[in-house]
Design a protein around this ligand. Structure first.
Ligand SMILES: C[S@@+](CC[C@H](N)C(=O)[O-])C[C@H]1O[C@@H](n2cnc3c(N)ncnc32)[C@H](O)[C@@H]1O
Length: 284
């Protein structure tokens, strides 16, 4: 994509769309979803996204490896939750632009009737996700524009409630999104509010960028690039990330860097190379 686009959502299928105005993708401002798409080698990004992403890559050349490692963790965690814990419902917030191995594809390999509600605040994610979901099976997956900073609106959203039964266990997925929530928005309270709405036997799975392995001067440079973007970047320490799991039972191996969570094969990268904390916890 190279130029400004107003994307009409008229062709989309859900009832909500009748009420929605054309979507302004604001291509002149870097968007985290499109920067992440660029790290992953995708084509759904604009020059401003690529320019900001290149600045991050020059500061941290391993960001592409980290993005792939995060994506691989997402897939292993979803498969683990479906296969080992019988989870059939997934609330995936901060979905990102669809790429290979999306949540519903992984979950439905294990349980063909698995249901997924995707939520993201970036309109481009909705445009692409809805095209993909056309094949996901009616009623089994939906995509909703929503902001993680408003958990009550997420929980009350009628589209979400059509797909997710809050009386049955749900996996709350927050992969690589909480680091876009500023401390002033109280991310811990947001996670707590969402978990409070889920029954016992539900799970929280998340990943989160960290500066635990970076010297402070270098660590300040990444968030500085995101200052020009639609969402700011906040690194958190292992202790802070562990705090999101307060009151939950952490699954083995606890909070580890993404490649070390139930790896399919011996991880090739060190902690400092993929500075992303990853964990899954269960609500008793
Ligand atoms: C780095 S991508 C992660 C995508 C996917 N979860 C993954 O791990 O592969 C972060 C996503 O979070 C979304 N995001 C950022 N802030 C958000 C917010 N306040 N509410 C909802 N989504 C948000 C961005 O639009 C982007 O799609």
């Amino acid at each position: 994509m190279t130029e400004h686009q107003d994307v009409s959502l008229d062709w989309m299928s859900s009832d909500q769309d009748e009420l929605r105005p054309p979507t302004d993708l604001r291509p002149e401002i870097p968007h985290p979803a499109r920067m992440y798409d660029y790290y992953l080698g995708g084509k759904d990004n604009f020059p401003a996204d690529r320019e900001a992403a290149e600045k991050i890559i020059s500061l941290s050349p391993l960001v592409r490896i980290s993005a792939l490692a995060n994506r691989s963790f997402l897939q292993r965690a979803v498969r683990h939750l479906a296969a080992e814990h019988g989870i059939r419902q997934f609330l995936d917030i901060g979905t990102g632009i669809p790429t290979a191995g999306n949540t519903h594809e992984i979950a439905q390999q294990v349980h063909p009737d698995a249901r997924v509600a995707y939520l993201d605040n970036d309109p481009i994610v909705l445009v692409h996700s809805r095209a993909l979901l056309a094949g996901a099976g009616v009623g089994n997956a939906t995509v909703v524009q929503a902001d993680l900073r408003d958990p009550a609106a997420i929980l009350d959203n009628p589209e979400v409630r059509k797909v997710i039964d809050f009386g049955q266990p749900v996996a709350l997925l927050l992969f690589a999104v909480l680091h876009f929530i500023d401390e002033s928005d109280d991310p811990k309270a947001i996670v707590r509010r969402l978990l409070d709405a889920l029954p016992s036997g539900s799970f929280l799975a998340l990943s989160h960028a960290t500066a635990d392995f970076t010297d402070p001067d270098q660590a300040a440079k990444g968030p500085a690039v995101y200052k020009a973007a639609t969402a700011q970047l906040t690194f958190r320490s292992k202790a802070q990330v562990t705090g999101f799991f307060d009151g939950l039972e952490l699954l083995e191996p606890g909070v580890v860097t993404a490649p070390h969570w139930h790896p399919d094969q011996e991880p090739q990268s060190s902690d400092s190379e993929v500075a992303i904390w990853a964990a899954v916890g269960r609500k008793a």
